[in-house]
Design a protein around this ligand. Structure first.
Ligand SMILES: [Fe+2]
Length: 386
């Protein structure tokens, strides 16, 4: 009898978990700053969800006693499948557990809208935790991935050794997927291979040229919301200030591959105006170390394509004048070290291979970079003393 009750309890538990399973992908965190972060997740069915948070201090979560954070649009809560909730007004360098609860939409009619019961979407097996950035931290540590191009197994293997206790964020430096025919597929391959790490570490997304491909390309903004609403933005953590840039597509807008859909010259012109102002921001100017994250490197090689030459011509002088210490890139699918003074730029530029993870540790006085392959073998290293 006791055994039967145990089996029944187990089955009921399984069913309850399954019935709560409207969560399809995530959650993960993007757009972290000193005072907040944005939680992102995807549900299978349209739902009305909210987030609660509690300090990561080992105390009981007490979800009912915690404030609820909603996604709203012009005064009304949003019901949908792609969810993003901003949490703000937090203190720098503080760690928070976050949980998601939702109700599946039953009837979306304008005058008799109704929802199913409240269901816990997260946490699943593991508690989700995020720490706000802190300009006064001694170090800034992150791991970077790029040019994964749907290779889930490699992505997971590269991320596996990352220790969330020794890392502040994960940088996805472009071409994690090759295109987005359907945003669900792009979300799955961008997040799920590193889902376990993304529950503990915020993401920083630098769009690659391939993430501009496919009919659903414009939905990447719902996966990686930013403070600027676009894929160029800046942030600060510890001694390091970051400018994230987006070179767009690699060929001229008139190239037949884009079928008349490309307008990147205008986009890059707008981005140039933004960059000119972003490098004057006191948080950037005062940072002991300044880093640019961009998928396409700003160097002029003899076989460089259109956008690479364009950004080298227009953005390199701005970045040089701003005194950046380092540029980190992908795109070329191999390790390239282009030291300051080489290839038309006055700052060191490193290109990470598509087969490696790049681990970066920045202090006020030094930058330390190591790359590792899937087997954990050290493949390259580079240091700079300030
Ligand atoms: Fe690329």
């Amino acid at each position: 009898m006791k055994k039967m009750l145990f089996i029944l309890a187990f089955l009921l538990g399984t069913l309850c978990t399954a019935s709560a399973g409207n969560l399809l992908y995530g959650p993960w965190v993007h757009d972290v700053d000193e005072h907040g972060f944005t939680v992102v997740w995807v549900t299978e069915k349209p739902s009305l969800d909210f987030v609660t948070i509690a300090p990561d201090d080992g105390t009981a979560f007490e979800a009912k006693a915690r404030p609820r954070y909603y996604e709203t649009y012009c005064g009304r809560r949003v019901t949908g499948r792609y969810h993003k909730v901003r949490i703000d007004s937090l203190a720098p360098g503080t760690a928070w557990r976050y949980r998601i609860v939702g109700q599946v939409l039953k009837d979306g009619s304008p005058y008799k809208m109704s929802f199913g019961p409240f269901r816990k979407l997260s946490p699943g097996k593991r508690e989700c935790v995020v720490r706000t950035f802190d300009a006064s931290a001694d170090t800034c540590r992150f791991s970077m991935f790029n040019d994964i191009h749907f290779n889930d197994a490699r992505y997971t293997a590269l991320a596996k050794p990352v220790d969330p206790k020794k890392c502040d964020f994960l940088c996805l430096c472009g071409d994690i997927v090759s295109y987005s025919r359907h945003i669900d597929t792009a979300a799955k391959h961008s997040i799920m291979p590193i889902a376990e790490k993304a529950e503990k570490l915020p993401l920083v997304f630098a769009r690659g040229n391939h993430e501009g491909r496919g009919i659903d390309f414009y939905k990447f903004g719902s996966l990686f919301p930013t403070s600027t609403g676009t894929f160029y933005y800046s942030f600060r953590h510890g001694p390091a200030a970051f400018i994230v840039l987006d070179a767009g597509e690699d060929k001229p807008d008139s190239s037949h591959e884009y079928a008349g859909t490309a307008d990147y010259d205008s986009y890059r012109a707008e981005e140039t105006k933004w960059l000119q102002e972003a490098v004057k921001d006191p948080a950037f100017v005062s940072a002991p170390v300044k880093v640019c994250l961009i998928h396409v490197p700003t160097f002029a090689l003899k076989d460089s394509w259109y956008s690479q030459l364009w950004i080298t011509k227009h953005w390199t002088p701005i970045l040089e004048k701003a005194g950046i210490d380092l540029m980190l890139c992908g795109h070329h699918h191999k390790w390239i070290l282009s030291e300051a003074g080489q290839d038309g730029h006055a700052y060191p530029l490193l290109v990470n291979s598509n087969e490696d993870r790049m681990d970066v540790v920045i202090s006020a006085h030094s930058i330390d970079i190591k790359t590792f392959d899937e087997k954990g073998t050290l493949t390259h290293s580079w240091q700079k003393e300030k």
